[in-house]
Design a protein around this ligand. Structure first.
Ligand SMILES: Cc1ncc(COP(=O)(O)O)c(C=O)c1O
Length: 399
């Protein structure tokens, strides 16, 4: 596993919890009151993740280890969306409220990724936002991608036969950048096995050869501290680690990099004043990244605003410590059972070497997981506890 240029987490997660035998050791539960546990002077308080689960996921049973496929909506997002749905059906759709939610979501995503909000454009899918970037490349441009990276990040380049797409092994992306490389496009964490990209090396290699960098943060933002401003473009679909509905997707464009894209896909929402841009060609596009805004799926953003507020309250560094500690525990348990987990400090745990009965056992035990590229794939996030880990390990152990 490589390092990232993520800010290093400064917190350690408390390790108490109800007894589940030997496996409980190292369980990443914050101890203490609902909001905080004791921390070093000056350090931010450590959230009590168990209390968060009780408050935000009151109906959640053990075993949901599938955030890498779909993040779970916290109670606050469900409440906000229900109210919006009820008002809509009662003939009181609250357009101003939707707009507030869009504004709040953009601002929260900007804070989470450490950029000014002017750097954040609204997208609706990763594939669509990557398409915008692919469409702007000159014919013959070389694009380096990781072999096996997610199709939405790769295909928009592959679909242009006049580009030189160069898939390379994920561990060799930085080394593959060479004079003439126009763009490196890589997931911060791989969907198939959770491997974290060596983003500092990729950035350095790209800077050395004048290449641009596109990071797909979909499997990372929300648990891995990342600074979007370090990359020319970063795209994150929020329905996994940001616990948001599908359609809440964000594209950051580094200052000055607007000129590398084309506003050819702009609709009314990309206008400086969207409501004055509804007819005919848009007279004035919005400044900054907003000129690349896709029209937001309003109800998704109602949910996203609430979900992102939870991510911010907990803090990505605290989530990182919690998720990675649980993932390490799961990795250790899987190895003890004879499986081969992909090593590293990722919140996504992928493993091979399982028996043909493993998937069925997990499913019968109520564990939610994914099968990806031959791996069993588990994902550990803020609502998970050691109980979830134990549930999976017990199922695989045949208990
Ligand atoms: C790394 C990564 N990028 C993107 C996506 C989703 O792409 P899209 O928004 O085009 O559906 C996924 C979904 O699993 C993913 O894992």
């Amino acid at each position: 596993m490589q390092t990232t240029d993520a800010a290093q987490p400064t917190q350690t997660t408390q390790t108490t919890g109800p007894g589940h035998g030997a496996r409980t050791a190292g369980t990443a539960h914050a101890a203490g009151a609902a909001s905080t546990a004791p921390t070093a002077p000056g350090a931010p308080p450590v959230p009590d993740f168990r209390a968060v689960r009780e408050a935000e996921y009151p109906g959640l049973g053990p075993g949901y280890l599938n955030t890498a496929a779909l993040g779970l909506a916290p109670a606050r997002a469900v409440t906000a969306m229900r109210a919006a749905l009820d008002a809509w059906a009662a003939g009181r759709p609250d357009i101003a409220g939707y707009e507030e939610a869009v504004k709040a979501s953009r601002a929260a995503y900007a804070r989470i990724t450490g950029v000014p909000r002017e750097r954040v454009a609204l997208a609706s899918t990763v594939a669509g936002a990557v398409g915008l970037i692919a469409a702007a490349l000159p014919a013959g441009a070389e694009v380096v991608v990781a072999e096996g990276d997610f199709s939405s990040l790769v295909h928009p380049f592959a679909a242009r036969a006049d580009l030189a797409l160069r898939p390379v092994p994920p561990a060799g992306v930085a080394e593959a950048v060479r004079p003439g490389t126009a763009l490196v496009a890589v997931s911060a964490a791989q969907s198939a096995d959770g491997r974290v990209a060596d983003l500092p090396a990729i950035r350095a290699a790209a800077a050395g050869h004048g290449a641009r960098v596109l990071v797909d943060g979909t499997q990372a933002v929300g648990w891995l501290p990342l600074r979007a401003g370090d990359y020319d473009y970063m795209i994150t679909h929020g329905y996994k680690w940001l616990l948001s509905p599908h359609g809440a997707c964000f594209l950051t464009v580094r200052e000055g990099a607007e000129a590398t894209l084309s506003p050819a896909f702009a609709g009314w929402y990309a206008g400086e004043d969207p409501w004055a841009s509804c007819y005919g060609p848009i007279e004035r596009l919005a400044p900054g990244a907003r000129q690349f805004d896709a029209r937001p799926a309003y109800l998704s953003f109602v949910g996203a605003a609430a979900s992102l507020s939870l991510i911010e309250e907990l803090g990505v560094e605290a989530i990182h410590a919690h998720d990675v500690a649980l993932a390490a525990r799961l990795r250790e348990g899987l190895a003890a059972l004879g499986l081969s987990p992909v090593p590293g400090a990722s919140a996504i745990v992928a493993a091979t070497g399982h028996s043909p009965a493993a998937e069925d056992r997990l499913t019968r035990a109520g564990v939610r997981f994914s099968s990806r590229a031959g791996n069993l794939r588990f994902a550990l996030h803020a609502h998970n506890t050691g109980q979830d880990v134990d549930r999976a390990l017990d199922a695989l152990d045949g208990r």
